[in-house]
Design a protein around this ligand. Sequence first.
Ligand code: GRF
Length: 209
Amino acid sequence: MSKAGRLVVLVSGSGTNLQALLDASADPAYGAEVVAVGADRDGIEGLARATRAGVPTFVEKLGDHPTRGEWDEAIAARISSYEPDLVVSAGFMKILGAPTLEAHTVLNTHPALLPSFPGAHGVRDALAHGVKVTGCTVMLADAGVDSGPIVAQEAVPVLPGDDEAVLHERIKVVERRLLVEIVGRMAREGWTVSGRTVRIGKETGEESK
Ligand code: GRF
């Protein structure tokens, strides 16, 4: 069983999910701490949040590498240098390659109820489809787009008059809480993966006392 005390969090944008993890890990009882924050671009609020919290940051831009494979190797090396127990992709807008996925467990969060509406526009696509209920999914990353084993999901209603921004904000309130809860439980109780089933806690399914 794996446990997750040391977190490396990857971001590409505003970093409100990162902030929720930083805030939670201020309490030692949470069981996990953010040891580094990585990004695929400069000048984002996610990196500023890390710096304000005194957490080291790194940036690995795809365009700075001749090939995707070299970027994959470079970001895996950066992540591994912090010896994380768990990598959290929290609004990181790149698919991680084999060098990272083979070395680490990567947790990802998505603003829709997978397997519906994967990809970069999950909120927009759900709205365009006319669903009445959407939500968020916390899952393990695999080589596909939002296709890894699901760890937890929570539903969020779509309300009349919602646009993409309003609906995404309603989802993100739930998403942050769910991500913090799942990362904390994985850190404190450990986890196992069997096929597409992710179990947090003892293999019997009981929670640790
Ligand atoms: C989240 O909804 C995440 O699921 C999606 O982008 C958003 C990132 O938000 N991929 P933030 O950067 O954590 O504020």
